[in-house]
Design a protein around this ligand. Structure first.
Ligand SMILES: Cc1cc2nc3c(=O)[nH]c(=O)nc-3n(C[C@H](O)[C@H](O)[C@H](O)COP(=O)(O)O)c2cc1C
Length: 355
């Protein structure tokens, strides 16, 4: 059992079953999530020799923010269900690691408390049917210190796909009300369904968010080169190649499979990031080798938060970063930013022998 599998088990043991089920769930029959996990694991390296790896350098920048590690924490809803401090605890761990935090639209922690952690953070936007509510949230996030917006466009229909959990069980009503920076006053006199996710978005949404906030916009949930190009043409400064951790569509291609296509389409004019199914520093190294500037982890951070609060998230980031440093030495690449696709074998790995 790896340290992370052990952590996942400890997190499951302390979480109510419906919360653990919500965190773990994949869309459909879980095919995409399973393929994400297996795909990263199956990659094989072509190490270099005669390179000086006496000092490895993991530092990088994302949209101009200097980081000490390219392992970032993905925006995730319902973090206070893992730990009462939610993103405040996660943020302190992220700050200590020299990383960056994604903050979900469905956060229960006030933006000022996130900023107070010292972590650089990006605000993840679900555009609501009532654009006025989205405007309020985006303006508040920008005023509180968010450094970019992450427009998520792969909204899931997850509630109905959590194995063994009735859709009505999650999110529990009161928690859902709390898990937003919107106040009762903000919500007064709004139409029924105002906070629901808008389905009528177009390329203009990127420019609208940019103007509203004065911040760079990344689009999250991109799985095609042509879509990535449309997003960048519309003004996006970056794209996050993501299947929402296998939570969008069970039969979707994986983020790993989509990454090279997206890098080829926009890598020279926008920053490409990736997430979904990364579970080790070696997986992060592979993501960088394939052209990602940095990689997000989702569930591993949530498991750390559930099991050990701030210290748990800090430990996850430290271990993944240490593993990444070791892989750099092992493959003969002194700097994370120098990882390149030729370091990875293109042919299929040998079949796995179980047992
Ligand atoms: C419990 C949970 C909640 C999530 N909530 C959000 C969200 O509110 N907004 C969003 O853009 N992505 C959300 N995601 C997706 C993550 O940002 C990220 O894409 C995904 O977790 C990465 O995959 P991994 O968990 O396998 O690392 C969520 C994922 C999980 C597991």
């Amino acid at each position: 059992m790896t340290w992370l599998e052990d952590l996942e088990e400890r997190a499951r043991a302390v979480l109510p079953a419906h919360v653990a089920g919500y965190y773990a769930a994949g869309a459909g029959a879980g095919e995409c999530l399973a393929e994400e996990l297996a795909g990263w694991e199956a990659l094989r390296w072509r190490p270099r020799v005669l390179t000086d790896t006496s000092a490895v350098d993991l530092s990088t920048t994302v949209l101009g923010t200097q980081l000490r590690t390219p392992v970032l924490v993905a925006p995730m809803a319902q973090q206070v269900a893992a730990h009462p401090e939610g993103e405040a605890a996660t943020g302190r761990a992220v700050a200590a690691a020299g990383s960056l935090l994604g903050v979900s639209t469905n956060t229960a922690v006030p933006f000022d408390a996130v900023t107070a952690t010292g972590a650089p953070w990006w605000y993840q936007v679900y555009v609501m049917r009532d654009r006025g509510l989205t405007r309020l949230l985006v303006e508040r996030a920008a005023a509180a210190g968010a450094r970019a917006l992450v427009l998520t466009l792969d909204t899931t229909a997850l509630a109905s796909t959590v194995p063994g959990v009735e859709p009505t069980e999650w999110p529990p009503g009161p928690a859902r009300e709390r898990a937003t920076a919107l106040t009762a006053e903000d919500l007064a006199d709004r139409e029924e369904g105002a906070t629901g996710t808008a389905r009528d978005l177009d390329a203009g949404t990127v420019g609208w968010l940019r103007e509203l906030s004065g911040l760079p916009v990344l689009v999250k949930g991109v799985l095609r080169g042509d879509d990535a190009a449309r997003c960048v043409d519309a003004g996006a400064a970056g794209v996050v190649v993501s299947t929402h951790g296998g939570r969008r569509l069970g039969t979707s291609v994986t983020a790993l499979r989509a990454l090279p296509e997206v890098v080829a389409a926009v890598g020279d004019r926008a920053e490409v990031l990736v997430d979904s199914g990364l579970r080790s520093g070696g997986h992060v190294a592979a993501a960088l080798a394939l052209g990602a500037r940095a990689a997000f982890v989702g569930r591993p951070a949530m498991w750390g938060l559930a099991a050990d609060g701030e210290a748990g998230v800090a430990d996850v980031l430290r271990r993944l970063t240490d593993e990444l440093a070791l892989v750099l030495q092992q493959v003969g690449a002194p700097r994370a930013v120098d990882l390149s696709p030729d370091l990875l074998a293109q042919d299929a790995p040998p079949p796995r022998r179980d047992g």
